[in-house]
Design a protein around this ligand. Structure first.
Ligand code: SAM
Length: 235
């Protein structure tokens, strides 16, 4: 089409915004010509004639995208980062993290459902920086041979014991001075108390496990009663 789309760098390195009637968050496609989950792709011609393709990143389908649009100060992921991703599902968000960290980065993606895991493994065939791991994140010893030390752990397992799962994985794989990003779905943890109380008690659990929570953003309006907490490890 003849529509000229302008794509700009987002404040977060490796993330972009396609300017239009409605701005869209996007990442630079590592595998041009291919979508992962039928997301929209945007092709842009550079001044030197080379083409770049971006994939639109839907915040209704990705908590990390929702956190970015929610104004999170730092995601601690950028080109070249090593990321351990817990709760990868079929790899929707993992594919964007793969774009974001690029060919010099790596995403270790852990998912225990074999059903979702099949899509994840297929996606990883074309994305050499994604290492799919079909295991229970409660048992990191089972995949320790596959994972190197990482810069950041992103956790989206939606389990009542998710703080413990994050801590266990951090003790194996997160470097001292590394970071965590965790999505908290209040009613997965305790549906009998207000969401804010659940977030506060999760933050306490993290503090008790050598994490230093630094910021918290709501994922509303994209996800109801969800928060994203970001912080450092062993500092
Ligand atoms: N992060 C995904 C995305 O943005 O596309 C969505 C993740 S979904 C909310 C939670 C996922 O965590 C599910 O796919 C579930 O099977 C997985 N999960 C839950 N407990 C797990 C565990 N102990 N080990 C590995 N995966 C787990």
């Amino acid at each position: 089409g003849g529509n000229k789309v302008i794509v700009e760098q987002h404040r977060h390195e490796g993330v972009f915004i396609a300017k239009g009637k409605e701005d869209a968050l996007c990442t630079k496609n590592m595998v041009p010509g291919e979508a992962v989950y039928n997301e929209k792709r945007i092709s842009v011609q550079n001044e030197d004639g080379t083409k770049v393709e971006y994939r639109v990143w839907n915040p209704f389908r990705s908590k990390l995208a929702a956190a970015i649009l929610g104004g999170v100060d730092n995601i601690w992921m950028k080109p070249g980062s090593r990321v351990l991703y817990l709760g990868a599902a079929s790899g929707t968000t993992v594919s964007h993290v793969s774009d974001l960290v690029g060919p010099t980065g790596v995403v270790y993606a852990v998912e225990f459902s074999h059903r979702s895991g099949r899509d994840l493994v297929n996606m990883a065939k074309k994305r050499t920086n994604v290492i799919p791991i079909i295991e229970d994140a409660r048992h990191p010893a089972k995949y320790r041979m596959l994972v190197a030390m990482v810069d950041v752990i992103f956790s989206d397992v939606a389990q009542p014991d998710q703080a413990r799962i994050l801590a266990l994985n951090a003790s194996y794989f997160l470097k001292t001075g590394g970071y965590f990003v965790i999505s908290i779905k209040a009613n997965c943890i305790d549906s009998t108390v207000p969401a804010e109380a659940v977030f506060a008690s999760e933050v306490k659990k993290l503090q008790a496990e050598q994490f230093k929570p630094m910021e918290q953003v709501t994922l509303e309006p994209f996800e109801r009663d969800h928060a994203c907490v970001v912080g450092a490890y062993r500092v």
